[in-house]
Design a protein around this ligand. Structure first.
Ligand code: C2G
Length: 725
């Protein structure tokens, strides 16, 4: 007889299956000792091909499917009926097992003649390849193989009841007709597990048998059951009521387990109330009936507000329960004792600003989260100022006043009351990064997203794992990009990527080049360069190397505040290059670290706070960067570029993934060490000759739309070619 039948229900999320199936293959289980049963519950297209692919790779898999959605419980029951092995193992199609998990579970079960063996469940957002980067959840809880005492067995699940990562003796399930609840979509595990625990005599915990339970980061396309439940709250409570009522008789002689399901029931009702009431009258009445007897005394264990809510529902005073729920919700969202500044600003906005008429000639500009007067918004603003003068009123969202700002625009700090005011009243909005989460776009507003670079690093929906500070990235990105009327693209390549990765209609994309790059084609470019050099005090007899790296997703203090590690050996650079060169050093706008480079005065110029990087391009003779979109813009100048990619392997595969093959597509060499970099700088003419063809191809592909007139094209599209607002 085979040892284990692995049962996998599948509904959506084909992209997770490689990890799931692959992790079973890499367990190295003996052929004939196991089987995989995959059950398609109204499955996503492509599943059959995926199953066949793994069959060919040697996975002993059987597949059945039905087209009507019946839920995981139904699928697992079907799987139980098909299973032939001594033990059952339930695996979800978006999870994967860690190396050695299955043999450890089997070993422990066999050595101890156990009915049930459980391993660790480790939650992660990451695919298996980058599981090791999952620093925070990577805790092994089970240190030794250990027999569960009767008390532990009856209290095995004190919060979430799950059948995952357990090896279960199949005869126990078959002989006692133990089933998942197939009438429901949610909570199907509860009756199964409770019945199972009733008949389990020997239960074990096994060490080094981990299941990676994957949290999904794309609730738009691949919502997990829980994420879709957020939209389907009534159904979730309905299901739990059904499960609760059917399971109560099973646990009637088991106070601990009865307590567990009552706690789950009460917590769910409580959460419903606090997260916004979604219950139909009928469901509310059922909840009331359950809570009437205090749900086995569990209600009394809630805090004051919780008791009021649950008791009000018990006595059908739903209005009171809703009111307390709303209060708790408000208190939870409220930051600090009296709420934070943004919350107050939004409150005033609702109370006053939203009732004032829209100003048809007001234009709001923001660049890099109010960190400067620069990038495409600056060039669009200056063009408008010159063309329309004071026919428009201009507003800059900027945190520190800029001495370089032309005209006399109104100014507001990011997230300030003035920012909120202008955001509500102005008709036109121009941002180069995403707008604030609180931004509310009305029908008659026009929003231009300039974006801030041709993408090398994968973006939004093209990302698998999110290694940056916030896992809500895809969801918030989707929400924000729904509000954009126009999005600028600098080349056909960006247009394709943006349309797919941001899910923006191509009609909204203005493939007109970057306004910020117009200066690179300006007839006055040399003049500007001369004055910038003078302003920065850069000697005219030295060549200028600009070093402008990007940020690293996984090195952060918090959202928008990233760390910088200096990989450049400045001492070496100085020793080797200082006679002929100076270096401009510029960190990305996300970097919070301020570097003290004063000891290299005269050789390194820290231009991290210099507002406009385009002007720095103009004064530099070559550019050293890594994965920053800087190089797409710099290529417009056709000057040499070097890529200092000391962490290439990690960055390329684990952190982001890329749209280009950096080894073959870039207009310059990839350099992994400081020595290589110094050599390349010293031999730049040779490199120029070597990379001439690649440079030409690169230029044609990414720079051929830019011609110095992008700003004009954008303004004409957004404001019409005429002279008046
Ligand atoms: N930048 C800069 N100095 C740096 C790095 C970047 O001034 N050291 C500016 C450049 O204008 C660059 C822009 O910030 O084009 C975006 O920087 P990237 O390094 O490309 O990184 P990111 O902000 O993640 O944007 O589609 C583009 C991507 O989203 C990249």
């Amino acid at each position: 007889m085979k040892t284990v039948s692995i049962i996998i229900p599948f509904s959506n999320g084909l992209c997770y299956l490689d990890d799931c199936f692959g992790s079973i293959l890499s367990q190295g289980l003996e052929e004939g000792s196991y089987e995989v049963i995959c059950l398609g519950d109204s499955p996503e297209e492509g599943i059959v091909a995926k199953v066949e692919e793994y069959e060919e790779k040697g996975l002993p898999i059987r597949y059945v499917q039905w087209l009507e959605k019946k839920g995981a419980g139904y699928a697992r029951n079907k799987g139980i009926m098909m299973a032939e092995a001594e033990y059952l193992y339930f695996l979800d199609s978006d999870d994967y097992i860690l190396d050695g998990c299955m043999s450890r579970l089997i070993e422990c079960a066999k050595a101890n003649d156990a009915d049930l063996v459980r391993g660790d469940i480790i939650t992660t957002y990451y695919k298996s390849e980058s599981f090791g980067l999952n620093k925070y959840n990577h805790k092994k809880l089970i240190k030794e193989d250990r027999k569960l005492s009767d008390v532990e067995l009856s209290n095995l699940f004190s919060t979430e009841v799950t059948a995952l990562n357990m090896l279960i003796r199949r005869s126990l399930v078959a002989d006692n007709n133990i089933e998942f609840d197939d009438q429901v979509l949610y909570y199907t595990d509860i009756p199964f597990v409770m019945q199972l625990l009733n008949v389990t005599s020997i239960g074990y915990l096994a060490k080094d048998a981990g299941l990676a339970k994957r949290k999904r980061n794309d609730p738009i396309h691949y919502p997990s059951l829980n994420q879709s439940a957020k939209k389907n709250k009534d159904k979730m409570v309905e299901d739990l009521i059904h499960v609760y009522q059917n399971t109560l008789p099973v646990v009637k002689d088991q106070p601990k387990r009865r307590n567990t399901i009552s706690v789950i029931m009460c917590k769910t009702i409580y959460k419903q109330c606090v997260n916004g009431w979604h219950l139909s009258k009928e469901t509310a009445e059922k909840c009331s009936a359950i809570l009437k007897d205090g749900a086995n005394g569990v209600v009394n264990k809630f805090g004051f507000a919780g008791r009021i809510i649950l008791r009000s529902i018990a006595s059908k005073r739903y209005g009171l329960a809703k009111f307390v729920g709303r209060f708790l919700r408000w208190r939870k969202k409220k930051k600090g004792k009296f709420g934070n500044k943004i919350q107050w600003n939004r409150f005033i906005d609702k109370l006053i600003f939203r009732h004032l008429p829209r100003k048809k000639n007001w234009v709001v500009f923001e660049s890099f989260f109010g960190k400067g007067y620069n990038d495409s918004p600056k060039y669009l603003y200056e063009y408008m100022l010159e063309k329309y003068g004071n026919q428009y009123k201009y507003i800059w969202i900027i945190n520190n006043p800029s001495p370089n700002m032309k005209g006399k625009p109104k100014k507001a700090k990011l997230h300030s009351l003035r920012h909120v005011y202008y955001s509500t009243r102005a008709k036109y909005h121009i941002y180069n990064v995403r707008q604030p989460g609180w931004f509310k776009k009305e029908e008659d507003m026009v929003f231009l997203e300039t974006w801030h670079g041709t993408p090398l690093k994968k973006l939004a929906f093209d990302l698998d794992d999110i290694h940056a500070a916030s896992q809500d990235h895809k969801e918030t990105f989707y929400r924000d990009s729904r509000l954009w009327d126009y999005l600028i693209s600098a080349n056909p390549f960006s247009t394709e990527v943006f349309a797919r990765a941001f899910e923006v209609d191509k009609e909204k994309i203005l493939e007109v080049g970057y306004p910020r790059n117009d200066i690179l084609y300006s007839p006055k470019a040399d003049e500007i360069a001369k004055s910038v050099k003078e302003k920065l005090g850069i000697p005219s007899d030295k060549k200028v190397v600009l070093y402008a790296p990007t940020w690293r997703d996984n090195e952060f203090y918090g959202p928008g505040r990233y760390k910088f590690s200096m990989a450049l050996d400045i001492d070496l650079m100085k020793e080797e290059l200082a006679d002929d060169y100076v270096m401009l050093f510029r960190t990305h706008y996300h970097i919070a670290d301020k570097l003290d480079l004063s000891q290299y005065e005269g050789f390194v110029y820290n231009v991290s706070t210099y507002e406009d990087v385009s002007e720095l391009y103009l004064i530099s003779d070559m550019c050293v960067t890594d994965y920053s979109s800087v190089f797409f813009d710099y290529a417009n100048l056709r000057r040499p570029m070097l890529f200092f990619v000391y962490d290439f392997e990690e960055y390329k595969d684990e952190l982001r993934g890329m749209y280009l093959d950096m080894e073959t597509d870039l207009p310059g060499p990839l350099l992994k060490t400081n020595k290589e970099l110094v050599n390349a700088i010293k031999n730049i003419d040779k490199i120029n000759a070597e990379y001439a063809d690649r440079y030409n191809n690169f230029y044609d592909r990414f720079c051929s739309v830019d011609d110095g007139n992008a700003t004009k094209r954008v303004i004409e599209t957004m404001f019409g070619g005429g002279d008046t607002p």
